[in-house]
Design a protein around this ligand. Structure first.
Ligand SMILES: NC(=O)c1ccc[n+]([C@@H]2O[C@H](COP(=O)([O-])OP(=O)(O)OC[C@H]3O[C@@H](n4cnc5c(N)ncnc54)[C@H](OP(=O)(O)O)[C@@H]3O)[C@@H](O)[C@H]2O)c1
Length: 290
């Protein structure tokens, strides 16, 4: 039986990246829908649920994508609501690579710095899909997280949503640009930048001055770097006493996690792969990688 992935994208055009990654992960057929609204989901999911029976149901799965992770969460919730009795198919949420990229970044960090109560992290560009998931995964580990945006209400919104999703989350919103960002990084052991492509959020000088930062990760692959002085290919590279990772350095693990998650979808018909599950999968992959 062929493995079919139903791609539900909140953007008008379904993601090319997600489609190629799915084919590379071994999916036989893609059914791609763009501009999907929560009200559209029930009938699309029913089409996936009613065509195959019992053990064969696991050969159909659903991937939720798009550039808005909150919209993606609404599609995921609508998909779960469409199921009844034993009739269901496995689901994965990865809007703009949010879960897989964030998991790879946080896993890279935990190789070098304890992700625990005593650690403070600063997440720059924390309001995008990737940044939000980075904050969520760090908060789940008990890390104190400074959530940075250019606009306070946006940072507050992220903190509010993450406090609802993660019991006991220690997240604080900050509005900062330029030198204010540099000040925020002063007390952090971990700095992760998830800002938009091609935008510098922390200068090289400010990074070097962040003397308590043991690990610095920049996820932006488009010049200029999001954090000055970091090369995209940095992979645990020592710079000025800091362990550094760039977007390509993190991207290898991200792609492994992404493909492994797609593969996992077709092993059962009742999986929901969101932040926690994808982070756990990534930790297992990293542990097993020599
Ligand atoms: N390495 C990988 O494998 C991989 C995979 C996926 C994505 N990425 C990269 O990860 C990064 C995050 O992705 P994303 O989709 O979450 O990013 P995004 O939504 O495009 O941007 C993240 C945040 O950056 C801030 N921002 C936007 N324009 C800005 C500007 N001109 N100046 C300062 N801040 C600005 C915004 O925050 P505020 O408006 O709240 O300030 C925005 O919410 C991107 O650079 C992306 O290319 C890497």
């Amino acid at each position: 039986m062929k493995n079919i992935l139903l791609c539900l994208d909140s953007d008008p055009q379904p993601s090319v990246f997600d489609s190629i990654a799915a084919i590379d992960a071994g999916v036989d057929h893609l059914l791609r829908y763009g501009g999907v609204q929560p009200d559209d989901v029930r009938d699309l999911i029913h089409g996936a649920m009613f065509t195959r029976v019992d053990q064969m149901l696991k050969h159909t799965a659903v991937f939720v994508g798009g550039s808005d992770v909150h919209a993606g969460e609404q599609l995921l919730a609508a998909a779960q609501k469409a199921f009844f009795d034993h009739l269901r198919v496995s689901l994965m949420l990865d809007s703009n690579g949010a879960n897989t990229t964030a998991a790879a970044a946080v896993i890279a960090a935990r190789r070098h710095v304890p992700l625990a109560q005593e650690t403070t992290a600063v997440v720059l560009g924390a309001t995008g899909p990737v940044g939000q998931r980075v904050v969520r995964m760090l908060a789940k580990e008990g890390v104190e997280v400074r959530v940075v945006s250019r606009r306070l209400p946006r940072a507050e919104g992220v903190c509010h949503r993450i406090s609802r999703a993660v019991a006991g989350a220690r997240v604080t919103p900050h509005a900062a640009e330029g030198t204010e960002v540099a000040e925020l990084t002063q007390v952090a052991q971990l700095v992760i930048s998830a800002g938009a492509a091609g935008v510098e959020l922390l200068s090289n000088k400010a990074r070097q001055a962040a003397s308590s930062a043991a690990v610095v990760i920049d996820l932006n692959a488009v010049p200029p770097a999001g954090i000055g002085g970091i090369e995209t290919t940095d992979h645990g590279t020592k710079r000025d006493g800091q362990i550094c990772y760039g977007a390509v350095g993190v991207g290898g693990l991200k792609m492994k996690i992404h493909k492994a998650a797609i593969h996992r979808l077709f092993q059962a018909n009742d999986l929901v792969l969101d932040a926690d599950e994808i982070y756990d999968l990534g930790k297992r992959i990293d542990h097993d990688t020599p």
